[in-house]
Unconditional design. Structure first.
Length: 274
């Protein structure tokens, strides 16, 4: 009677070795495909964000959304409303996020909170239970995936000295090179609540600014070291430009001030300083 032939130990080891080689060949491709998918999702959200930014400008006769506003405007408190109609003043209204939100119908996941920041969206009910709409609005407005170039696009109206320098663009048709002026960029900052210790670094922050001249990016650095810009897509930062297009910039490009300010672009000076 013929018995089925079993694999020998050598044959099993050969099969295991072949499988290990195949996994080693496939794994990098899968990781690369995942990174590409994340960049694609972020690019789509960034385009939606810029479309909303442009519609806002059209509604305001060509004026762009201010990067940051003071709590009082013409002596009256600045206010915003969330998606449930709750009214807020103070820092929640000063940031750009809720002022632009009606233009993408508060669709956070398709415009401002992508990739790892979608974790926040899944925590919505927990945050509402913990601190009500105010806590939810705090996290949404402080930690979007993209930060705005608040100093040079729209302007930081909480800093009178900066505003008087008039280095910021206020109109969508104002930039010398709209295809070269950063409006939003992928950002990061520490997770934190007011009065609480800094938590872990998260992939999101509502503002970005030019890194110091000559700066280099290191993942282990603190977020402000590189202007809170985070080159997380194959070592590049996802950026949106005033003409509406979206692209990727290397850290060596991000330190070039002509990408950040219209005065630098007019002069062609990558080392421009206000």
């Amino acid at each position: 009677m013929n018995r089925p032939r079993a694999f020998t130990l050598i044959e099993l080891l050969v099969v295991i070795a072949v499988m290990a080689v195949l996994i080693g060949l496939v794994a990098p491709s899968l990781a690369s495909a995942r990174r590409t998918a994340l960049a694609t999702q972020a690019s789509s959200a960034a385009r939606t964000l810029m479309q909303s930014y442009t519609v806002y400008s059209n509604d305001y006769k060509g004026n762009v959304i201010p990067g940051y506003l003071p709590s009082l405007t013409n002596g009256r408190p600045l206010t915003i409303r969330d998606q449930w109609g709750n009214e807020f003043s103070g820092p929640l209204a000063e940031r750009w996020v809720y002022r632009l939100a009606p233009y993408f119908d508060y669709g956070w996941g398709g415009a401002t909170h992508v990739n790892r920041r979608t974790e926040l969206l899944r925590q919505q009910q927990d945050l509402l239970n913990e601190g009500g709409p105010n806590l939810w609005a705090y996290y949404v407005s402080v930690f979007p995936s993209f930060g705005i170039n608040y100093r040079y696009v729209g302007g930081n109206f909480t800093n009178d000295a900066e505003i008087r320098q008039n280095h910021h663009v206020t109109r969508i048709d104002q930039p010398t090179r709209p295809d070269h002026l950063i409006v939003f960029a992928s950002a990061r900052f520490w997770d934190a609540q007011p009065g609480q210790p800094l938590g872990p670094i998260v992939e999101g922050f509502h503002r970005v600014e030019p890194p110091p001249l000559g700066a280099t990016f290191h993942e282990t650095d603190t977020p402000p070291t590189f202007g809170c810009v985070h080159p997380r897509y194959e070592g590049k930062a996802l950026t949106s430009f005033m003409d509406g297009h979206v692209g990727l910039l290397k850290p060596s490009e991000i330190v070039d001030r002509t990408w950040w300010s219209d005065p630098a672009a007019r002069k062609g000076d990558p080392n421009w300083q206000p």
